[in-house]
Design a binder for this molecule. Sequence first.
Ligand code: NAD
Ligand code: NA
Length: 396
Amino acid sequence: MIIEPRMRGFICLTAHPTGCAQNVKNQINYVKAQGKIDGAKRVLVIGASTGFGLASRITSAFGCGASTIGVFFEKPGTEGKTASPGWYNSAAFEQEAHAAGLYAKSINGDAFSEDIKAQTIATIKADLGQVDLVIYSLASPVRMHPTTGVLHRSALKPIGGTFTNKTVDFHTGNVTQVSIEPATQEDIDNTVVVMGGEDWSMWMDAMQKAGVLAEGAMTLAYSYIGPEVTKAVYRNGTIGRAKDHLEATAATITEQLQALGGKAYVSVNKALVTQASSAIPVIPLYISLLYKIMKREGIHEGCIEQMDRLYRARLYAGTPISLDAENRIRIDDWEMRDDVQAEVARLWEEATTESLVELGDLAGYKNDFLNLFGFGFEGVDYLADVNEVVSIPSIS
Ligand code: NAD
Ligand code: NA
């Protein structure tokens, strides 16, 4: 069928298989153009189908030449209904990896469950023996706890008081005030259960017990800090509590992995347009101003540029990994530069529906958003009749 974007609120209901494949190819070409990375050879990516996880998988495979296993939760297409973008991305990734002679298998299901952990461990045992690197890049609004069976729902709320600030509807460009009511203690606890470090630690524990972690294995999860203007709703809000927990978990896991000389790190990444970040109020306005400034300065990066730099300049630079005072890897260094943040703060005051057209990069935001679903890529014929049912080689 002919597939067009169908927007509803902060999501797009359709995805384009050829466009998603183009997105994956573009990312592969970017990494290949930077040259080889002397890094991990057997990599597990949890949350491998979109955003930072997909970019990590691509960098592992096409930078390091690694065998990869990707875990994700995506919907396949059916007659007349497109798949979720991560499904098409993963199909394209596997095809490209196999064509390049690289091992790649995928596991589709709930990564929070014991069953998916067991399936993944069995696949590692059977095919790779062990892994050297585990990337933990899940972003989910819900988590079914594997031992209690309780379904926890995360919240994106400030803590302690109502938060009021500007936001933009990136579809219309309308800048308005938004007020978000403070979280209850239950909201905070639930968000920590969903997006904190417990599941990461459960994965590492299960893998260590099963003997599928190599000597000196490394694991990485992703965090965010961000600017003053989003602090109340992000870093000092419910999601920030979860990120505090995730960051603290790195130290616990490192201790747990001592016997095999393993290490756990958190990398603080840059703000980017992803399905997860588009749903957080205030963030889209911040991102549209940030993009404008970073593009002007020539320091703008997308997921693939971020992950490529993470591997090349931090993880496998051949020097001890540089960490901040809280033991975190910082790849948000360019976003957080004083001059960049000062300019964001200045533009933030001036931003209105009328002025944002000039001050911000709404066009870039919208384009990135469409790209998430495989739309808006050069070289893709969007008028062509395409098959919406695509299989992932290792799954079907
Ligand atoms: P994303 O939505 O693009 O990717 C989420 C991934 O998790 C997908 O592969 C999805 O299939 C998978 N997933 C979700 N629920 C799952 C489940 N139950 N079982 C298995 N897989 C599941 O998100 P992203 O923006 O790439 O975020 C990844 C990490 O990076 C998060 O920790 C996020 O907080 C962090 N981060 C994001 C930003 C940003 O601006 N987007 C910035 C810094 C850090
Ligand atoms: Na991801």
